[in-house]
Ligand binder design. Structure first.
Ligand code: PNS
Length: 162
């Protein structure tokens, strides 16, 4: 069985992430969306909240599951018997960091490769932090995140500003 890992902070999941997950699901037998518990970025949503939103967003994809992980991605990939890490690339600005991560992960786990999917053009500018900024100021995020989690994000983040 070909298993792929889609890792990330997903704080929160966006339509850009979902696009990459959906396309990976067409290429692999199973896709595991792996949510880093403590990204060291002071996440706005708890790991449980992020995981819950992802599970709702991928509910219609039978070969996709989601879980949290902590520690090194290379170890997690090995533990899940996977050999592929799938990441999305938006622009050249993503490349240097992602290239470095791919090389480090391959050094730490030579049985795993990282493959990059180029983002769909309508998601090129999209990021979790941009979604959060818009939501915090009461803006409309419905074009940027899966419909089923739109309200939860807006409510939760606009409440923080009160
Ligand atoms: O969505 P993000 O924040 O770009 O995801 C980054 C992520 C979670 C893929 C990356 O931070 C990661 O793999 N972290 C786990 C720790 C690790 O393995 N680091 C690489 C060696 S320094």
């Amino acid at each position: 069985m070909k298993i792929a890992i889609c890792p990330g902070s997903f704080d929160p999941i966006t339509l850009g992430h979902l696009d990459i997950i959906q396309r990976a699901a067409l290429m692999f037998d199973k896709v595991i969306v792996a949510v880093l518990v403590n990204p060291g970025k002071n996440p706005s949503f708890t790991a449980e909240e992020r995981l819950g939103m992802i599970r709702r967003a991928v509910a219609d994809l039978p070969n996709v599951e989601a879980e949290c992980f902590d520690g090194l991605l290379a170890d997690y990939v090995r533990m899940r018997n996977a050999h592929t890490i799938v990441k999305g690339l938006r622009a050249v600005t993503d490349f240097e960091y992602e290239f470095q991560m791919a090389l480090i992960n391959r050094k730490l786990n030579p049985d795993a490769d990282t493959v990059f999917l180029t983002t769909s053009s309508q998601h090129m500018y999209l990021s979790s932090s941009m979604v959060k900024s818009i939501a915090q100021f009461g803006g409309d995020i419905s074009d940027f995140v899966p419909e089923c989690i739109c309200e939860e994000i807006s409510e939760r983040l606009s409440r923080r500003e009160e």
